[in-house]
Design a protein around this ligand. Structure first.
Ligand SMILES: [Zn+2]
Length: 393
């Protein structure tokens, strides 16, 4: 005999109930319940049993639908999803946990200035913070954490952004987008962390067209080397000084950036940029992205052939590239504006951090390093070529 408390404790699936009934008929097993007087050994008892199991099944389904609706509603209203606690917030998903939140904020800044995930993990471990499941941090858990859109105050549902969240964000959307893009770049996975300690690596070019990296001589002098082959290796400090200011052979120089931005015509570097144009370009770029998305739908629905979709997509992407280039030029004002308008350009420059300096250099010029003349000790400014991006000399 099989005794169950109630039929819905025994099973909530009709197919399982039928299977049990079959077993009881084949073997003579008696199935009875404590609460109801159901006995599946006779046909009246089986009828009641089937009805009760069917009701129980209906309840399960209604409960599932209710939960799903509740989750969807919570998402639409921007309320937290529940589940595992997010680092930086209490388990209500709303209250900020200050010590963790400070680390998260600092991590985004560090990341965008070139810090490695490994170094961020180390910092969090050094602060004696564990993950919300109680583990020490490693680069992949830091990465996963920083990729969470909740820190920009955005609610997602099943991996899609639904809208603004009710909790207070830790960072702004632009910071998140930049970090997100950076973390999804494949080369990010191998970046070791010292790439952004200096002014020109990845920015200045070798005469062959490859970019330069930093290295050290046997005497521990910092150098710029061609990334492609070994044909260029030259002292880095005078090059940095020539561009960004400093000492060359014992003489102080202001640097070409400060020189250029101090010229009377410096504000002309900004004139091509005004906000309405930026909005216009952004709208255009958005429209093109939408058309690219529509191609995929057209392809799925069989309206377009693969060949025609590919052709149209190539054309649209080329158009998008050119608009994004113009957009980049138009945003130049954001980078140069504060310097050009400064009363003392040299002082404003000295207050910029490395990331800002690199952005300014990238906006203004292309630096190309030639091999230094052989046998000469003194620095030759001619061996550093500067091409202004606005086409002037
Ligand atoms: Zn080279």
């Amino acid at each position: 005999m099989l005794v169950a408390w109630h039929i819905d404790r025994l099973t909530r699936r009709l197919t399982e109930l039928e299977h049990l009934i079959e077993i009881s008929q084949d073997t003579g097993l008696r199935i009875v319940t404590v609460t109801g007087d159901i006995d599946l050994s006779n046909d009246a008892g089986r009828l009641v049993g089937r009805i009760l199991a069917s009701v129980a099944r209906g309840e399960v389904e209604r409960k599932g639908a209710r939960q799903k609706r509740a989750q969807q509603q919570a998402a639409q209203e921007g309320r937290p999803a529940g589940g595992r606690r997010a680092f930086g917030y209490e388990s209500d998903g709303l209250t900020i946990r200050d010590d963790e939140a400070e680390l998260v904020k600092a991590a985004y800044v560090d990341l965008l200035q070139g810090a490695s995930l490994k170094s961020i993990a180390k910092r969090w471990n050094d602060a004696e913070m564990l993950t919300t499941v109680g583990n020490r941090w490693i680069h992949s858990t830091v990465r996963e954490t920083l990729l969470n859109p909740r820190y920009a105050g955005v609610r997602t549902y099943r991996g899609e952004v639904v809208g603004p969240a009710v909790w207070e964000p830790l960072i702004d959307q632009d910071t998140f987008d930049a970090a997100d893009a950076l973390l999804r770049m494949p080369e990010r996975l191998v970046t070791t962390g010292n790439a952004r300690k200096y002014l020109l690596p990845g920015l200045a070019l070798c005469w062959c067209g490859s970019d330069v990296t930093t290295g050290r001589t046997r005497h521990n002098k910092r150098t710029y080397n061609c990334r492609a082959t070994k044909h260029l290796s030259r002292a880095a400090e005078p090059v940095d000084a020539l561009i960004g200011g400093g000492e060359i052979d014992g003489v102080h120089v202001r640097g070409v950036v400060v020189e250029r931005l101090s010229r009377p015509d410096a504000s002309s570097l900004l004139t091509s940029c005004h906000a309405p144009e930026i909005d216009d370009l952004k709208a255009k770029a958005e429209a093109i992205r939408e058309r690219i998305d529509n191609l995929a739908t057209g392809l799925e629905e069989g309206i377009l052939t693969l060949a025609s979709a590919r052709k149209a997509s190539e054309r649209l992407r080329a158009e998008l590239d050119s608009i994004e280039r113009r957009l980049q030029q138009a945003t130049t004002a954001d980078v140069l504006g504060p310097l050009v308008h400064a009363a003392d350009v040299e002082e404003a420059w000295s207050k910029c951090d490395l990331r800002q300096r690199r952005a300014v250099i990238d906006t203004l010029m292309i630096v190309t390093l030639l091999p230094p003349p052989r046998g000469r000790r003194a620095f030759e400014p001619e061996s550093v070529q500067i091409a202004w991006k606005d086409g002037r000399s």
